[in-house]
Write a protein that binds this ligand. Structure first.
Ligand SMILES: [Zn+2]
Length: 53
């Protein structure tokens, strides 16, 4: 659990903000957690009705 997870859970961060944050945070949170966050971002994007190509 990192800042991005917390903010996404509160819906205080949009998926696109989350992606930007993730690119800055990947080193801090580690590759395995970055993968988890990626999954959460995808789920959040789906929930927001965005289609990822
Ligand atoms: Zn996290």
């Amino acid at each position: 659990m990192c800042l991005i997870c917390v903010e996404l859970a509160k819906q205080a961060m949009t998926p696109s903000e989350g992606r930007r944050a993730l690119s800055e945070m990947t080193e801090k949170i580690g590759a395995s957690h970055a993968d988890e966050v990626e999954k959460k971002l995808k789920a959040a994007e789906k929930a927001a009705g965005k289609k990822t190509p």
